[in-house]
Every structure is written in structure tokens, then in C-alpha cells.
Design a protein around this ligand. Sequence first.
Ligand code: SAH
Length: 216
Amino acid sequence: MDFLRLRNKMVDEQVVARGITDENVLEALRRVPRHEFIPHESVYLAYRDCPVAIGEGQTISQPYMVALMTQCLKLDKTARVFEVGTGSGYQTAILAELCQEVYSVERIETLADHARRRLRELKYTNIEIVHGDGSLGGAESSQLFDAVIITAAAPARLDHLFAQLAPDGRMVVPIGDRVSQTLKLFTKSQNDSIIEELVCGCTFVPLIGEYGWPKN
Ligand code: SAH
């Protein structure tokens, strides 16, 4: 398979065509080999316009959703990013292309281990993956984050995470019920007030944990 051609087609037809304009985000999507993050038997789905199962009942997000959430964060090369829901590690890699450092938490240990190995093989050196409940925040880290991205559906606003956001920091999170959600973007102003914007409707697997849904 000509993965580079498929990847460029994915970016043009699914991402640019739907209005994503941030050139850095588009470049990252053209660079990161999405097929490396997909289980062998599903690799033919790697560049399709849909989420794909990655095992443990979880999914790698649709390419457009990865692009949209990343664009919302307005990252630059100095940014530190906190991600909840490493999953395959694909979104993590896209973030790592655009910022200084990504701290990513995944609640399913096998997924965290696989993602860590895969990202190491792909030579990323600015990613830390931790196994745990990311809904509690980036507890290991004392520094503030310039951006927070939650890639699983939260039942309500995660206001306790605003304390970990630097001034001008941005947090993107799907909020709603277990079936469908609204993607919300929160921006912290210089005086610590929070501005909330509605991005679009979406569907994510549930955030499970202290500030998410119960396990069953
Ligand atoms: N960004 C990932 C999406 C994975 S799906 C990708 O593109 O591959 C969402 C992930 O969030 C799942 O792997 C799920 O196990 C994880 N998750 C759910 N609740 C979590 C929590 N409280 N803390 C950390 N990870 C969580």
C-alpha cells in the first residue's frame, strides 16, 4: 500500500475539505504514519474517515477529529501538553510534532505499554506516557500545562483541571452522555477567568474514573 499517498489524500479530502486551516496541524498529519497505530488486521482502515478499534473496547479517533482538537489547542514549540486517553498514541504523536512536551495518561495498562513502545520506535523523545486515571489531572507534574486534551467523553465539565492550565491555556474536551457529546473548548484568560466555546457534536468512548463514568 502507498501509505504516503493515502495519507495526503486523507488530509486533503477529510481534513482540509472540512475547513482545517492550521498549516502546522496539516503538516503533522501528513508526516505521522497513522497506519503504525492501527492493529495489523485493520491496517486497511488506517486512512479512512472513521474511528478504528484498537482493542480493549477502545478506538483511535477519526482523523478529522484529531485535526480539529489539535487545531483548537493553538500549540507552539514551547507548549507543554497534558493528554488524557493515550489509546493508540496517534493523537499523542501529532501533539508531540507541534509542542515541546506531551504528558499523556492512559487507564488501560496494555494500551499505555503498546503506545509507549510504538512511540519509542518512531523516535519520539518528548512524550511521557503514564498508566492511571487521567481524570484526576497530571498529578506527577508540578508545572502548569499550556494545553489539555481529553480524548474520552466526560459526563460534566472538569473544572478541577483548570488549576493546571497556564494563563492563555486551552482545554478541549467532549462533554455529554455516553452516546453523544459536544466538543467544548475552554480558554483561560490572563486573569484566570474561563471562556467556554462550543466546537461541534461528537462521539467518544467514555472517560472512566473519578471524574468520569463508573467502570460498569
Ligand atoms: N487519542 C486516542 C483515543 C483513544 S480512545 C487515539 O487516537 O488513539 C480514549 C482512550 O481514553 C481509551 O484508550 C481509554 O482507555 C482512555 N481512557 C478512558 N478513561 C480514562 C481515564 N480516566 N484516564 C486515562 N485514560 C482514559
